[in-house]
Design a protein around this ligand. Structure first.
Ligand code: UD1
Length: 429
C-alpha cells in the first residue's frame, strides 16, 4: 500500500491548476449510456473512481478509452448488452448507481447492486428507487440488487423530499427518454447536476429550468452522442485554498469557476485570508492570525459537506474555538479521532463538531478512512510540527489527482512511499 510522508511547517507558495471534477465526470460518463455512438468528455480527471466507472461501463459493453495526458474520455456505446452493475464495483464506489437511470430508460431493464453502507454511516438510495417507480418502473429487490424493468418509462411529477445530488441526476437521466413530460421539484442545483443537465441538453434532451430547483423535461425518443468540457473540481480547489491558508502561504489556483466556490471563499475571507479573483484563477494568502469561523454545511450554494473535514483541520489553527455543523451527513466524523492523534482538540456531539483552538499540531502516524478525511489529515500534516505519515492513501487517490505532486510543486515536503500492512481490512466506501 501507499502512504504519504509529510514534513510539516512549510508555507505553500506558487501556482497550481485544478483538475477536472470527479463528481461531475461520473454522471456524465453514465449518461453516455443514453445514446448510441461515441462520446468525448474533455478534462476527465485521472482518478480511481473514474477508472472504476470506466470498468463498469466496459462490463456493460461500452468501449472506453482514456488518455491520461490529454484527459479525454472516449466512450463508445454501440455494443451495450449487459445491463448490470455488479456488487464488486458498486461497493467500491456508490456512484456506480448512476447507471440505473440510463440503462432502464434506454434498454428497459437494469440490475444494479445496492451499495450498502458507506464509510461514515448509512447512505440510502431510496430516493433513486422511488423516482424510478414514479416514472413507471417495476422494481424488485433481489439478492441485494435493484432489479428495474419498464419498456418505456412514463413522465411524471416527482417532488424530492430532500435535495439529493445523486437522485436528481439518476431520475433526470431516466426522465429524458420517458414518454411525455416529467417535472422534477426540489431538484439539486449543485454545479455537477447543472453540468449533467447541459450535457443531456447537448445530446438532444428537452429540459427547461436548467440550474433551478424545478426541472421540466419533455421526453424524447432518441438522444445523440456529444462532446463536452467537464467542470473543474470545486472540492479540490477548496482543499488547495485551505492548504494555502493554513500554512500561511500564497497560492494561485487556475481553472477556477468562481461562482462554484463562493461559499468557501467567503468563509476564508472571514477567517482573515486575502482573496484575489482573476480570470478563472484565484489567489489565496493565509493570514498571520486565523480567525475562528463557525460553519454549517448545506446544499449548494451553501458550504459543501465535502469540505467539512478540511475545514476542521484548518480551524485547529485558528486563534480561538469554533464549531462546524454538518446538515447533510449526521455522522461524518471518521477523521476526528485521527486528527486527535495529531493533537487536535475536538469534540463531537450529534452532527456538531467543536474545535478547541489554537492547537499545536504534532506529527504522527494516522489512517485515511475516506476520501475527504484523507485530505484533512494531509492538511493537518502540512501544518504540524515534525513528520506525519498518512496511511492508506488509496482513499485519497479515488478523488484527488496527484495531490502529493501538486502540493510538492507548491513547496510542501511530501512523498509517496510503499509500506506493508499486516492486517488488511475490507475497504468498502
Ligand atoms: C454527492 C457527492 C458527495 C457529496 C454529496 C452531498 C458524488 C459522486 N458524490 O453524493 O461527494 O458529499 O453529494 O453534496 O457526486 N439521501 C437519501 N436518500 C437517497 C439519496 C440521498 O436519504 O436516496 C440523503 C443522503 O443520505 C444525504 C442527503 O440525502 O443525507 C444528500 O445526499 P446526496 O446529495 O444524494 O449525495 P450523493 O449524491 O450520494
Amino acid at each position: 500500500m501507499d502512504k504519504f510522508v509529510i514534513q510539516g511547517g512549510r508555507p505553500l507558495n506558487g501556482t497550481v491548476a485544478a483538475s477536472g471534477s470527479k463528481n461531475a465526470s461520473l454522471p456524465l460518463m453514465a449518461a453516455a449510456l443514453l445514446a448510441r455512438g461515441t462520446f468525448t468528455i474533455h478534462h476527465t480527471p485521472d482518478l480511481q473512481d473514474v477508472h472504476t466507472l470506466a470498468n463498469l461501463l466496459r462490463i456493460i459493453g461500452c468501449r472506453v478509452q482514456y488518455d491520461p495526458v490529454g484527459k479525454d474520455m472516449l466512450i463508445n456505446t454501440e455494443n451495450v448488452h449487459h445491463f448490470e452493475a455488479p456488487y464488486e464495483l458498486v461497493k467500491k464506489m456508490r456512484a456506480s448507481i448512476y447507471v440505473l437511470g440510463p440503462l432502464l430508460a434506454r434498454y428497459g431493464e437494469a440490475r444494479v447492486s445496492l451499495p450498502g453502507g458507506c464509510a461514515w454511516g448509512p447512505r440510502p438510495v431510496d430516493l433513486h428507487i422511488e423516482g424510478m417507480k414514479q416514472l413507471g418502473a417495476d422494481i424488485d429487490l433481489d439478492g441485494g440488487y435493484i432489479v428495474a424493468r419498464k419498456d418505456r418509462l412514463i413522465g411524471n411529477r416527482i417532488k424530492f423530499p430532500i435535495s439529493s445530488v445523486g437522485a436528481t441526476g439518476n431520475v433526470l437521466m431516466a426522465a429524458v427518454l420517458a414518454r411525455g413530460e416529467s417535472v422534477l421539484e426540489n431538484a439539486a442545483i449543485e454545479p455537477e447536476i447543472v453540468a449533467l443537465t447541459q450535457f443531456l441538453a447537448a445530446m438532444g434532451a428537452k429540459i427547461d429550468g436548467i440550474g433551478t430547483r424545478k426541472l421540466t423535461v419533455q421526453g424524447v425518443d432518441h438522444l445523440y452522442p456529444t462532446h463536452f468540457d467537464n467542470l473543474p473540481d470545486r472540492i479540490e480547489i477548496g482543499t488547495f485554498m485551505i492548504a494555502a491558508a493554513m500554512t500561511r502561504g500564497d497560492v494561485t489556483i487556475t481553472n477556477v469557476i468562481h461562482e462554484q466556490i463562493e461559499a468557501i471563499s467567503e468563509h476564508l475571507i472571514r477567517a482573515g485570508c486575502t482573496i484575489e479573483k482573476g480570470d478563472r484563477r484565484i489567489r489565496v494568502k493565509g493570514p498571520e492570525t486565523i480567525s475562528p469561523v463557525n460553519v454549517i454545511t448545506d446544499v449548494f450554494p451553501g458550504f459543501p459537506t465535502d469540505m467539512q473535514a478540511q475545514w476542521i483541520a484548518f480551524m485547529t489553527q485558528a486563534s480561538g474555538p469554533s464549531s462546524i455543523v454538518d446538515q447533510i451527513y449526521f455522522d461524518r466524523w471518521k477523521h476526528v479521532p485521527e486528527l486527535e492523534r495529531l493533537n487536535a482538540k475536538l469534540r463531537t456531539d450529534g452532527n456538531m463538531c467543536k474545535i478547541d483552538a489554537p492547537a499545536t499540531l504534532k506529527g504522527a502516524q494516522v489512517m485515511s478512512t475516506d476520501l475527504r478525511a484523507s485530505a484533512s489529515l494531509i492538511l493537518a500534516g502540512l501544518a504540524a510540527k515534525g513528520t506525519t505519515e498518512v496511511l492508506r492513501v488509496y482513499h485519497l487517490d479515488r478523488g484527488y489527482e496527484k495531490l502529493e505532486l501538486k502540493l510538492a510543486s507548491l513547496g510542501a515536503e511530501i512523498t509517496r512511499e510503499k509500506y506493508e500492512e499486516f492486517v488488511k481490512l475490507d475497504t468498502e466506501e
